[in-house]
Design a protein around this ligand. Structure first.
Ligand code: HEC
Ligand code: HEC
Length: 426
């Protein structure tokens, strides 16, 4: 009975001291040879704490010095540790490579996409968790596959190499919203925050207010607060400010890193402002084939407006086919579009609700209520109408700004039309 106690204490002693003994005897090299996963964790904390980015070996060296380490030694260790680690555990370690040895192509440009580690890696997880990929793609299609380039979504097509460090690849399948492959070149962090916190009025994109904190301004306003324009949609009440939570900051870090703004050997930039020649069949090519009936300037203006984020393209799609599943009817081959300009102009100015037939199919579960184009000028509306009447195989006479102006002053502001109400104008 009595002899059990010393054994118990001996066991207790060993379990408390043993881990320390391991640490004491572990070699310095082993301690420095951090696994890439640990490096990633460190990098994440560093980015969060300092707000600096961590994209190159120099950043890494700076980080080591700042945290009291020997930068040269750490770089050397990392240089050998990572390939070793990589050899053993293939996937995640690969992502470390560009950080430690940025590869360059012949022109000295990075030959691989920027590694999105640290905060951006966490932001990617948030992009996934919030389901952004349900509505956004990250792939710029080549010129003869739609008009991504014409829309300004990229300067070149996306290629396999762009996704080399992505696992999983968030290329997306549906384009309810614009492509985000180059969103980092289009919107700055403040604009991104504003968009995610509260998308523009009339947008189909959900708001993500829970990624932000609305707080009373005490003393001075926070330097992290989102800058809104005066009276902007979504701006907080007087005396309050909107501050991104860490998750929102990480998400924006990820988005600003989405940029394919360098050339790759297999994907060079398309020449700028090249007139649309035969290589772009889905575009205005029919205008060229048959000789311009309508001033191409009006068509390109209309096309730009049509494709504005939140405008017609959101529902009727880039190819004018609509989205049957969402009850958005097609504009391509629609008699509403190519028929009476009196009807078409009214539909677009005020909207349309209730059952209608478009190209032989029934629609009507969702009304069309004008949003951002309410503020467009007569010139703008006329350009969009002329564009949809002469795109995707449609052919009809142009609509003049004068016609739009006359109809606008007749109808004033009113709710959406019904099919029956439009009968007299057909
Ligand atoms: C239900 C579909 C949907 C979801 C989910 C969605 N979006 Fe959007 N998004 C849109 C639509 C539609 C637009 C275009 C209208 C607008 O500007 O809001 C858009 C626009 C954007 C824009 C502006 C693009 C530009 O070119 O100006 C950004 C940035 C964006 N979304 C990011 C996100 C992020 C980040 C998430 C996830 C947190 C997300 N979206 C989730 C539909 C969606
Ligand atoms: C938020 C989604 C949405 C947006 C944005 C939108 N529409 Fe529509 N549109 C609809 C829906 C839904 C209908 C069908 C309404 C019904 O069934 O009564 C429709 C119907 C139409 C029709 C008549 C039917 C047809 O398919 O020809 C035209 C023409 C039209 N829209 C043009 C436009 C133009 C031009 C714009 C941009 C200025 C635009 N729409 C923006 C959703 C939208």
């Amino acid at each position: 009975m009595i002899s059990r106690f010393p054994i118990f204490f001996l066991l207790l002693f060993c379990s408390a001291v043993f881990p320390w003994l391991i640490l004491i005897f572990k070699s310095e090299k082993q301690l420095l040879t951090l696994s890439p996963a640990t490096l990633e964790q460190e990098e994440y904390l560093y980015e969060r704490n300092t707000g600096k980015s961590f994209d190159s070996p120099d950043d890494y060296a700076a980080y080591i010095s700042e945290t009291g380490g020997d930068a040269a030694k750490a770089l050397k260790v990392a240089d050998t540790a990572v390939p070793e680690w990589e050899a053993k555990n293939n996937t995640r370690a690969k992502a470390r490579q560009p950080l430690l040895k940025l590869k360059r192509n012949v022109d000295g440009e990075p030959a691989y996409p920027h590694y999105k580690g640290g905060a951006a890696a966490n932001g990617k997880a948030i992009y996934q968790a919030q389901g952004c990929f349900h509505c956004h793609t990250q792939q710029v299609r080549q010129k003869d596959f739609g008009f991504d380039i014409a829309r300004g979504w990229g300067q070149r097509r996306s290629v396999a190499r762009d996704y080399i460090y992505d696992s999983p690849v968030l290329i997306g399948r549906h384009r309810i919203g614009p492509d985000l492959a180059n969103i980092g070149t289009r919107l700055d962090p403040n604009d991104l925050h504003r968009h995610i916190y509260r998308p523009p009025h009339g947008s189909n994109m959900p708001a993500y207010p829970y990624l932000y904190k609305v707080q009373k301004i005490r003393g001075g306003s926070s330097k992290h607060a989102i800058a809104f324009k005066k009276d902007e949609y979504g701006a907080p009440e007087e005396g309050y400010e909107v501050v991104p939570k860490p998750a929102a900051n990480d998400l924006v870090k990820y988005l600003t890193g989405l940029r394919q703004d360098y050339e790759l050997p297999e994907a060079r930039f398309y020449p700028k402002d090249e007139p649309h020649h035969g290589d772009d069949h889905s575009d205005d090519s029919h205008v060229e084939d048959e000789g311009p009936k309508v001033d191409p300037k009006i068509l390109s203006k209309g096309k730009k407006l049509y494709n504005t984020a939140g405008a017609c393209v959101t529902c009727h799609q880039p190819n004018g086919q609509g989205l049957a599943a969402a009850h958005f009817p097609p504009l391509a081959g629609s008699e509403w579009v190519t028929g009476s300009e009196e009807v078409l102009t009214r539909v677009v100015l005020n909207g349309i609700a209730g059952p209608i037939k478009v190209a032989g199919k029934d629609y009507g579960l969702v009304p069309m209520v004008p949003t951002i184009w309410v503020g467009w000028s007569d010139d703008d509306i006329a350009a969009v109408l002329t564009y949809i009447r002469n795109e995707w195989g449609n052919e009809a006479a142009l609509v003049t700004p004068e016609t739009v102006g006359r109809i606008r002053s007749e109808v004033g502001t009113r709710g959406p039309w019904t099919d029956a109400e439009l009968e007299p104008y057909k």
